[in-house]
Design a protein around this ligand. Sequence first.
Ligand SMILES: NC(=O)c1ccc[n+]([C@@H]2O[C@H](COP(=O)([O-])OP(=O)(O)OC[C@H]3O[C@@H](n4cnc5c(N)ncnc54)[C@H](O)[C@@H]3O)[C@@H](O)[C@H]2O)c1
Length: 252
Amino acid sequence: MEGRRYIVTGAAGGIGSAITQVLVEQGARVAMVDLDGERVGKAATNFDPTKVLPLSCDVTNEADVAAAVETVVDTWDGIDGLVNNAGAVVLDTAWDAGAADWRRQLDVNVTGTFLCSRQVGSHLKERGGAIVNVASNCGKVGYKNMAAYNAAKAAVISLTRSLAMEWAEHGINVNAVCPGGVDTPMLAGVAEWLEPRVGVPAADLLAGMGPAQLGRKVQPIEVARVIAFLLSDEALIIRGQAINVDGGDTPY
Ligand SMILES: NC(=O)c1ccc[n+]([C@@H]2O[C@H](COP(=O)([O-])OP(=O)(O)OC[C@H]3O[C@@H](n4cnc5c(N)ncnc54)[C@H](O)[C@@H]3O)[C@@H](O)[C@H]2O)c1
């Protein structure tokens, strides 16, 4: 990864920060993109400032995405790949879920992935490169109270296959990872939402959210290492796949 240049979206915390850490450790430079400019600026202070570039950007806004990608290409004289990690989940029953929340989840998870992939892809098609989309095991298994998120992540898996097929002729490799039970604020938020509804303390719920085979929660850095591998040339034979990184919870 020495000298390579990547964009990681949703890099202000959780899995996005861990992806940045692994890529920087492997010698790459990372543009840390996030909706929350203040948080991503703070997260960037954890790294060598010559290796990271924090950028405020809404992945659902085409003009924002174009500006961020062009800034990276101008600053580092090109780009080698992208991790579409920005995501949003709003818990609710399918009965109560509002249309605005439905649209937001589709927008951030699916449209954001599409817009960023196309903008970065337009540069990658000259020299090749790799894209990894962060889907979820929710895109394969239907979890309760997450209809929009499940549908959005299933769409990310489908988009991954489509782009892999369409862009192979340009030397662009596109894969997805499907995490589950990862120890981040997003998972803690799920436990907090459930607490009053199931009458179990959030801490107890959270403790039980790790994959059974693993006996603990998946750590963001473990997901990040798989993503870094999928970005590398060693993963060229893996194409259009949705790789489970959920400690064995999903068998397909
Ligand atoms: N935590 C888990 O167990 C888990 C499991 C499966 C998949 N995922 C996926 O992993 C990815 C990272 O999640 P996380 O757990 O680190 O959660 P997180 O909430 O810490 O990270 C998501 C990041 O995306 C950013 N973001 C949201 N909307 C954005 C937008 N419109 N433009 C730019 N940035 C935006 C947020 O500011 C945040 O920093 C997400 O795609 C999530 O769906 C997480």
